[in-house]
Design a protein around this ligand. Structure first.
Ligand code: GTP
Ligand code: MG
Length: 149
């Protein structure tokens, strides 16, 4: 099954949006398989965002992600990667549709409150990067048969 790595960034934690953001994925019907509050070390932030190393905003991005605790989550489900990206909305919160997390809760790209993996491959890669195997739970939610026929 597809996995995605979702992270409430430090601004989301500082602004008290953790519950609100978790709720949106929970209510949609995806399965939470990992969850932790975590101070991200610089090396991990650099590995996570290594594809953006050449961008002018990269140093600020690393400072931002390591500026306070983040909430790391692993979510699982058919189509979860693309669906989570839709729930999150466009990178620039002013362009993000109303009804999305960024569209409803943020105003600037450099403070866009949440991360979501952009492909199934990155979903697996990032989940493995941010979680140890023992931190992930395999379980069957009681509502499973009410979510999918
Ligand atoms: P993530 O889910 O966080 O990966 O966002 P994304 O996939 O919508 O965007 P992308 O991967 O291209 O960029 C990663 C993150 O870098 C963004 O979410 C922003 O926090 C930050 N970022 C991207 N572009 C800019 C920019 O032009 N300026 C600043 N300050 N930050 C940026
Ligand atoms: Mg991205």
């Amino acid at each position: 099954v597809e996995q995605t790595y979702i992270m409430v960034k430090p601004d989301g934690v500082q602004r008290g949006l953790v519950g609100e953001i978790i709720s949106r994925f929970e209510r949609k019907g995806f399965k939470l398989t990992g969850l932790k509050l975590f101070q991200c070390p610089k090396e991990l932030a650099e590995e996570h965002y290594k594809d953006l190393r050449a961008k002018p905003f990269y140093p600020k991005l690393i400072d931002y992600i390591t500026s306070g605790p983040v909430v790391s989550m692993a979510w699982e489900g058919v189509g979860v990667v693309a669906s989570a990206r839709k729930l999150i909305g466009s990178t620039d919160p002013l362009q993000a549709e109303t009804g999305t997390i960024r569209g409803d809760l943020a105003v600037q790209t450099g403070r866009n409150v949440v991360h979501g993996s952009d492909s199934p491959e990155n979903g697996r890669r990032e989940t493995a990067l941010w979680f140890k195997e023992v931190e992930l739970c395999q379980w069957t939610p009681a509502q499973a048969s009410w979510l999918r026929e």
